[in-house]
Write a protein that binds this ligand. Structure first.
Ligand code: ATP
Ligand code: MG
Ligand code: MG
Length: 554
């Protein structure tokens, strides 16, 4: 949406376009680390970066920040690509920080030669001890003044695999007294003896995040490198590294920060999502209750809903908690426009129409989507025996109960007006069948006076003879607390809602039999549902994507 007010990042870009940059200079990137699946927080970063690409007709790179061989896998690379595409975005170049390992190494050698990096041979504990505190300066490493020759020799040996992990690191020589802790001689290389998903065993030293990220931006000539607020203190280091290598003829990338997207009733951190998977709270990263992009896809959330949600929330300079019901609102809004209506009964109660001819059936016209003129009509079978929802019948009820009660009338959607005459109960007093009569002239759409007669309630229903059984997975929120991650002394796992999944049987009209994995429907009066990939021949499984209304009591 190009009409809304500019956000603060767009203001920065507009300023740059008025001064230092031309439109052709603009380039953005989305830089996931392939160590897990993307979640709704990443979705906002994707929408931000690719949204800028669309607004300024500028390229956006997909860059895998793959500098940590121990935690990263190819499987995640593929899943991330799929998720970004599914959200509806196209990247310009597919890049990997690992493609820059040689260049990063060469630049590190230049730093050493310029006396701006040294090999430290202390343990990580010793290095940590000398870091100081934010109010006290750190102290210099005894190895800080090694000669260039000695540093070069040791760094080559590190590269050649002559040392074990932790024996030596390469540090930038900046300022152990800096008020910014990150400037106190940060480590830029460490020995890691693990195979990398792309470079195999070519390297046994790996660059650290800070040494990699800005230089990757520089190599790709990214103009605006947007990251979340926790990287604000890294900006000084980002700039220091660029100062060492920047050439005038090139574009100089800028790091700018925005607030993380936090969503209520869930957690958005790969590490925490991993715990949900590993501790068996959910069935996997793509469990429909997960706030991962793959989970939301499987749940039936349309990509447009996620994009609209990200647009509506926008980006902020301060962290805040966005209510998940806003995401659900966008999901419903999108599904209302796009999903065909069908009738399904989830808690069946049998209705017998005593004056309907025995053995007779007819196929009624039903509109597929009143919100979409092109969606057309389908046929729905009607007969003497039907199911309605148990909730839709009461023997006795007050005037405000616009459903079926003894002596009262309702319209059956797409069908006739019926009147409840009597009911049968089991020995516990539960109603097991309702006997009704119907007004045979009242069929919807038949044009008769009776067909236009108004009655207070309209119920959905399914013909007993034609009902098709399905499995329905009804989801509730995964956490009972609005902000499970926001409690100082309580682990977020304590707030898991142990009733977040209820599996029931449902009965649907026969048109649904042919539904395919991913197909989305509105079950009339009940909510939005989609076909889950667990479906097999003869057992269609539906996920409840969202109820029709926000039924969550606050
Ligand atoms: P996590 O904490 O879940 O592991 P991360 O930031 O370590 O997330 P990356 O793969 O490094 O994960 O993230 C890729 C990009 O997505 C980064 O630019 C990061 O800042 C951004 N991002 C991650 N989480 C969020 C969030 N909750 N809101 C907005 N952007 C996010
Ligand atoms: Mg990260
Ligand atoms: Mg992380």
């Amino acid at each position: 949406d190009t009409k809304r007010a500019l956000n603060f990042i767009e203001h920065i870009i507009e300023d740059d376009l008025g001064n230092s940059h031309t439109k052709d200079d603009l380039r953005f990137r989305f830089p996931p680390e392939p160590n897990g699946f993307l979640h709704v927080g990443h979705a906002s970063s994707i929408c931000l970066n690719f949204g800028l690409g669309e607004r300024y007709k500028a390229p956006v790179n997909l860059r895998f920040d793959d500098t940590n061989p121990a935690k990263e896998e190819k499987e995640f690379v593929e899943a991330i690509k799929r998720d970004v595409e599914w959200l509806g975005f196209k990247w310009d170049k597919e890049c990997y920080a690992s493609d820059y390992f040689q260049q990063l190494f060469d630049w590190a050698v230049e730093l050493i030669k310029a006396g701006k990096a040294y090999v430290d041979s202390q343990s990580s504990e010793e290095i940590a001890k000398q870091k100081g505190t934010p109010t006290d300066p750190g102290s210099n490493s005894p190895f800080r003044n090694r000669s260039v020759e000695e540093n070069m020799g040791l760094f080559m040996q590190m590269k050649n695999g002559d040392f074990e992990e932790g024996e030596h690191v390469l540090r930038a020589k900046i300022d152990m007294a800096s008020s910014n802790m990150l400037m106190r001689d940060p480590i830029i290389y460490r020995v890691v003896k693990s195979a990398h998903h792309r470079t195999g065993n070519d390297w046994c030293i790996y660059p650290m995040y800070d040494w990699t990220h800005g230089q990757s931006d520089y190599i790709e000539q990214v103009s605006h490198s947007l990251c979340t607020l926790e990287f604000l203190p890294h900006r000084e280091l980002y700039d220091w590294f660029l100062d060492q290598l920047y050439e005038e003829s090139k574009l100089r990338p800028k790091q700018r920060e925005f607030a993380r997207r936090n969503l209520s009733h869930t957690v958005v951190s790969k590490r925490k999502l991993l715990r949900l998977v590993e501790e068996g709270v959910v069935t996997g990263w793509d469990d429909p209750r997960m706030p991962t992009i793959s989970g939301m896809r499987r749940r039936g959330y349309p990509p447009a809903a996620i994009r609209n949600f990200a647009d509506t929330v926008g980006i902020a300079k301060r962290e805040n908690l966005v209510d998940v019901s806003l995401l659900e609102f966008h999901v419903r809004e999108e599904l209302n426009k796009t999903s065909p209506r069908i009738m399904a009964v989830l808690n069946p109660l049998k209705v017998v129409i005593t004056n309907y001819p025995d053995g007779h059936e007819e196929w009624l016209d039903a509109e597929n989507n009143p919100e979409d003129e092109t969606a057309g009509f389908r046929k729905v079978p009607f007969g003497r025996e039907l199911y309605i929802e148990q909730d839709d019948f009461k023997e006795q009820a007050n005037r405000k109960f616009f459903r079926l009660k003894l002596g009262g009338e309702v319209r059956l959607k797409n069908g006739y007006i019926i009147k409840a005459e009597s009911c049968t109960k089991d020995k516990d007093g539960n109603v097991v069948e309702v006997q009704c009569t119907y007004d045979e002239k009242s069929r919807s759409g038949s044009g008769t006076e009776e067909s236009l007669r108004k009655v207070k309630g309209t119920l959905h229903w399914v013909s007993v003879k034609h009902a098709y059984e399905i499995e329905v997975r009804v989801y509730d929120r995964l956490f009972k607390d609005e902000n499970p991650d926001g409690h100082k002394d309580v682990d977020f796992m304590e707030f898991v809602n142990e009733n977040s999944l209820t599996i029931i049987k449902g009965l649907v009209e026969p048109s649904v039999k042919e539904a395919k994995v991913g197909d989305k429907f509105q079950f009339q009066r009940l909510g939005y549902f989609n076909v889950d990939e667990d479906s097999i021949e003869g057992n269609l499984v539906f996920n409840r994507t969202a109820p029709l209304r926000d039924s969550w009591a606050k």
